[in-house]
Design a protein around this ligand. Structure first.
Ligand code: SFD
Ligand code: AMP
Length: 623
């Protein structure tokens, strides 16, 4: 059997995940940490791992303070409105005030940012700047790799569990994982851990099934590990009912922001009507957020949803009209617009360029279908699920918000455990640049924590060995039972991670307001979904793995299942429809600011195998 070797790695700071926030954390941690050992564990290879591995075409979080474009206060105002009144102002402000510096660093390290004739950055929208961003990830990874040194970067090591201190379960002690390449089981012992393991795709059944399986908008490698590591360890989570339903080009999942804001394209229904005009009155039901500019993301979805529901689809992004208007009949200008259109997708979502090619679409002549995609659980884009973390001391440490501050910026409710990027809740619209920035913020605070808490963690062999057995169990299950049938995937004793994933996605789609359920659910449906997901959780003890790679898939599934369960429980708890266009509670169809302008938080108690749900106040601290 695999994994005869167990390697123990002792370090002072362990960063789990080397995506945008992990690279930011590595760069910053080493700057402050001096001789202390900072280690990064990543399940892939940091030059191409995570959501930005396939590139980006824009930096979506940039204030432009040096040009006088926006202030961090403006950003808070925008984000709170976009989230229909619910975001942690302290956390959002903190990203806003530091993010420009990170963007300037990325440019210094080689990121080509589009420029206007006056030398200023080109703009897409108020917060978005275009980049030639195919290589944004290697550009962000290089300083991280240089800072830590190759001997401190453990790649192709999938982390499955956190370790807590034997003498104090409220304190972090490290993490466990295994290599998918070299037969090695890893025990990381560290008094400080920073979780940067990204958001969650594929929790819901995607629109791309069978022939398109494997294609989603957010990275298929975003397996919900940030949540799946923290929830079972008892970390308090927030807004796990929240999701992002992106409007996307159909089948290729091409993003729309550049099209709406830079190319000024419109989405028209099959009758040629613009839902933002014909459905303008609908916004009045959701004041004060309905009249925010821009219209909040869920409400934009909601307007389009109503058109689709009423049978006015397909919805078409009129790339043709927009490109012709921009070029004004000038062939040279059209050539430039065409290049920009294709680059948008070639930089970031190559599958959309392939879809255009496969469907004979010349965007300057042919409109493209757009749809509402399946839900994603994330904390860095227009979604705000994640850990409930302590805020910045100068904003929240003054006593202004006692429930937002417990000592160290971005520390979770487990001492010594920090989070960033998709892992931090109630702090959305960070995107790539803000996630990188939040990694830096968390790392600096983590070094402070380390200075104040110099002791080594207590981790006995008992905790490690118990978990190690659990982690490797799918390999043993396969070995024990593989002879029972001739078809490896059909066996009464086990299920494969792919089978488990399909089962999870079916539950989430049908009971948790997925795309095939028209994003709609209610209390009884959620209760039934929770029963089914509890049974799924029991059955996940019978996962089988034929190789270390499949073992990683098993634990990715377990992480996704934690995300799904938390999502259903939170959906049930929040008795209102705060984000129409993201989901609808048919039994509570209205926005209820009087009772529900609060964060919904939860904590899973491992010993009792029970969940506690509660609310935390929204506080107006900045605007
Ligand atoms: O157009 C483990 N994003 C966009 N951001 C922008 O700034 N501009 C855009 O143009 C963006 N768009 C976009 C974006 C993403 C995608 C996929 C597309 C288009 C097609 C969003 C950003 O990418 C996103 O906000 C950040 O990347 C989030 O950063 P972070 O650090 O929270 O997540 P990550 O980068 O995915 O990194 C996670 C890392 O963890 C690793 N990992 N390692 C060890 N053990 C485990 N168990 C692990 N689980 C995960 C991952 O491998 C990864 O390295 S647009 O649509 O808006
Ligand atoms: P997307 O390409 O949909 O991921 O969006 C990229 C960025 O543009 C994000 O900051 C979105 O919030 C923003 N965005 C997308 N569409 C619109 C729109 N119609 N109006 C304003 N902002 C938008």
């Amino acid at each position: 059997m695999a994994f005869e070797t167990t390697e123990t790695v002792d370090c002072d700071i362990l960063i789990i995940g080397g995506g945008m926030s992990g690279c930011g954390a590595a760069f910053e941690a080493k700057f402050w940490a001096g001789d202390r050992r900072v280690v990064l564990a990543e399940k892939a290879v940091i030059e191409r791992s995570g959501a930005t591995g396939e590139g980006l075409s824009a930096i979506n979080c940039y204030m432009g303070q040096r040009y006088g474009w926006n202030t961090p206060e403006d950003f808070v105002n925008y984000v709170v409105n976009d989230m229909m009144g619910l975001a942690r102002e302290d956390l959002v402000y903190d990203v806003g005030r530091h993010v420009d510096n990170s963007v300037h660093l990325l440019e210094e390290w080689g990121l080509p940012i589009w420029k206007q004739e006056n030398g200023q950055y080109e703009r897409i929208g108020r917060w978005q700047i275009p980049i030639h961003g195919e290589s944004i990830k290697p550009i962000a990874a290089e300083p991280a790799r240089t800072a830590l040194g190759p001997e401190n970067i453990y790649e192709r090591v999938a982390i499955t569990h956190l370790l807590t201190d034997d003498d104090d379960p409220g304190k972090i002690a490290g993490a466990l994982g295994f290599s998918v390449r070299d037969n090695r089981f890893y025990v990381f012992r560290s008094p400080v851990v920073i979780i940067t393991t990204g958001g969650a795709s594929n929790v819901f059944r995607p629109r791309s099934v069978s022939e398109g399986l494997g294609r989603t908008w957010y990275s298929v490698f975003a397996t919900g590990s940030a949540y799946g590591l923290m929830i079972p360890a008892g970390v308090e989570m927030t807004q796990m009912e929240h999701r992002f339903v992106p409007t996307r080009f159909k089948d290729g999942y091409g993003p729309v922001g550049m099209w709406f804001q830079y190319f000024h394209a419109k989405v028209l229904n099959a009758l040629g009507d613009d839902y933002t005009v014909t459905r303008a009155d609908e916004l009045g039901k959701y004041e004060p957020y309905g009249s925010a500019i821009p219209t909040p993301t869920p409400l934009r979805n909601h307007q389009m949803f109503l058109d689709i529901r009423d049978g006015y689809g397909p919805m078409y992004m009129r790339t043709d009209q927009a490109m012709q208007a921009l070029s004004g009949g000038d062939p040279a200008k059209m050539e430039q617009v065409r290049n920009e259109a294709w680059e948008d997708f070639l930089d970031m979502t190559i599958s959309q360029a392939l879809t255009w090619a496969a469907q004979n679409i010349a965007p300057e002549e042919t409109p493209s279908e757009v749809v509402l995609a399946e839900p994603y659980i994330m904390g860095s884009h227009s979604g705000e699920a994640g850990a409930w973390v302590s805020g910045p001391e100068d904003v929240t440490g003054s006593g202004a918000a006692p429930d937002y501050f417990w000592g160290y910026n971005r520390m979770t409710t487990i001492r010594g455990l920090f989070a960033a990027g998709d892992g931090v809740g109630a702090a959305p619209h960070k995107f790539s640049s803000g996630s990188f920035t939040e990694g830096r913020i968390a790392a600096k605070a983590a070094v402070n924590y380390l200075a104040d808490n110099p002791g080594r963690p207590a981790v006995t062999g008992e905790q490690v060995q118990g978990l190690q057995q659990t982690i490797l169990a799918p390999l043993a299950t396969y070995d024990r039972h593989k002879g029972a049938t001739t078809a490896e995937e059909i066996n009464p004793h086990y299920l494969t991670p792919k089978q488990g994933l399909v089962r999870l996605q079916k539950i989430m789609d049908e009971y948790g307001a997925g795309a095939s359920a028209w994003y709609t659910t209610n209390g009884p449906t959620l209760e039934r979904g929770i029963q089914l997901i509890e049974m799924l959780r029991e059955d996940l003890a019978h996962l089988a793995a034929r190789s270390p790679h499949e073992l990683m898939r098993c634990w990715e599934l377990v992480h996704r299942a934690w995300v799904g369960e938390a999502h259903l429980r939170h959906l049930l708890y929040r008795q209102e429809t705060r984000w129409p266009g993201y989901y609808y509670r048919s039994d509570y169809p209205n926005l209820d600011d009087a009772n529900w302008r609060v964060f919904v938080n939860s904590r899973y108690d491992r010993a009792a195998d029970s969940w506690e749900l509660m609310t935390r106040p929204y506080r107006n601290l900045i605007t």
